[in-house]
Design a protein around this ligand. Structure first.
Ligand SMILES: [Zn+2]
Length: 71
């Protein structure tokens, strides 16, 4: 019932000695781990770049705040 775990980056089967306890898991090597980190970081930058709708909403709230500035 043991299915070979594969690396999510290169899709190679992980070495048998690489287990959940390994700091590399679930990657087959440090290189693949770094690739995943880079992809993740790039995804974050892409999200951070576009104008966020929150900004526009905040401006709207500021306008309405003039009418209901109880506290
Ligand atoms: Zn790999």
């Amino acid at each position: 019932m043991i299915r070979p775990q594969t690396c999510p980056i290169c899709e190679k089967e992980l070495p048998a000695n690489l287990t959940l306890e390994s700091p590399l898991f679930p990657f087959c090597s440090e290189r693949c781990q770094n690739v995943d980190l880079l992809r993740w970081a790039e995804g974050r930058y892409q999200i951070a770049e576009p104008l966020q709708p929150h900004h526009l909403q905040d401006l709207d709230f500021e306008d309405e705040g003039e009418y209901s500035d109880g506290q």
